[in-house]
Design a protein around this ligand. Sequence first.
Ligand SMILES: NC(=O)c1ccc[n+]([C@@H]2O[C@H](COP(=O)([O-])OP(=O)(O)OC[C@H]3O[C@@H](n4cnc5c(N)ncnc54)[C@H](O)[C@@H]3O)[C@@H](O)[C@H]2O)c1
Ligand SMILES: [Zn+2]
Ligand SMILES: [Zn+2]
Length: 368
Amino acid sequence: MRMRAAVLEQFGQPLVVQELDLEEPKAGEVLVRLVACGVCHTDMYTASGVDPSGYAPTVLGHEGAGVVEAVGEGVDALQVGDHVVTLFSPQCRECVHCVSPKTNICLAIRDQQGKGYLPDGTARLSRDGEPIRHFMGTSTFAEYTVMPQIALAKVSPEAPLDRACLFACGLSTGLGAAMYTAKVEAGSTVVVFGAGMVGLGAVAGARLQGAGRIVCVDLSDERLAMARHQGATDTLAGGPDAVESILELTGGVGADYTIEATGLVAVMRQAVESARVGWGLATMCGVAGKGETLDVIPRYLITGRRIAGSSFGGVKGRDQVPLLVQRYLDGEIDVDAFLSHRITLDEVNAGFDLMHAQDGIRSVIEFA
Ligand SMILES: NC(=O)c1ccc[n+]([C@@H]2O[C@H](COP(=O)([O-])OP(=O)(O)OC[C@H]3O[C@@H](n4cnc5c(N)ncnc54)[C@H](O)[C@@H]3O)[C@@H](O)[C@H]2O)c1
Ligand SMILES: [Zn+2]
Ligand SMILES: [Zn+2]
């Protein structure tokens, strides 16, 4: 079939919206008609060319939600008409990682996905007969996508898809960092660094876990106000004094949990240093720049602090994204507050500009 998609032709250049060919779903694959797709930092990061594993041409986009239009042979988990959220982090339910409760990092299709292909090592996207590689296994800056069924979460048809799409990356990453990676305990003290989509999600996740005190740190007053709306009990201006301020707020011992959602290695270090002596857990969500390293004084670890990394918030996508979406439908998470701008596919580059200017939390592409 023919469909419109936003193609990264060359790094550092605007995406070009154009018609491409999309093949039918093969065995285990599903054709999804996209209804909405958020614009995330990772799309912009890849488009800029600084991601060493990036490639072009490709169709970017990974925060998608839509409706199943057709299924390939052997697809048993989804039917035509199902509402789905795309998962750049799949869940095969069979590999050694999927059967362990310790991780959400599925091993089933990692290699091919990283190279830009579907699990059988080929692409469904093409232009004039030339294959075009997929991005993050999703390529959702497009009217349609073909993805393996293990990378689609079936969500309640009651969830508006323009909000459900935020669960495909940023929101689930933040919620999950607090709920599944850190497993925040009721009554505890949590500090979240960063109040973008991920940090605000972490604030909401800490609230859902029953945290007693939630401190959010950011540079923007507007974003700190949003953090209070999502459940932060205290807010702080970020900067070199943040650790000292957190120690002051916590009687000198630090927070039970700290969650980093800025992508800045200096802030990651603050997250370690403001975690509680004895048992503080510092969870890192941010993606640092190429070649950057995190500086940790070993004494902080010997005295009982721990560090965890969190990819997609530790969320096992097919099992847990539907549960998170249900909590939104039950009125427990205000997702509307994150949807700042609605744009069309043709305006995708404006979505990057808004993100660059830190205008709003998320721009969402709506497909007509
Ligand atoms: N681990 C994952 O699976 C995953 C998924 C999505 C995004 N991410 C990463 O998470 C990070 C956050 O994403 P986002 O969409 O929320 O980004 P964002 O840019 O919207 O938010 C980052 C926030 O950090 C704040 N900040 C900057 N300097 C600060 C400081 N010194 N102290 C405190 N706050 C400071 C900014 O004001 C901003 O509000 C990015 O690095 C992104 O790439 C990771
Ligand atoms: Zn993302
Ligand atoms: Zn797996």
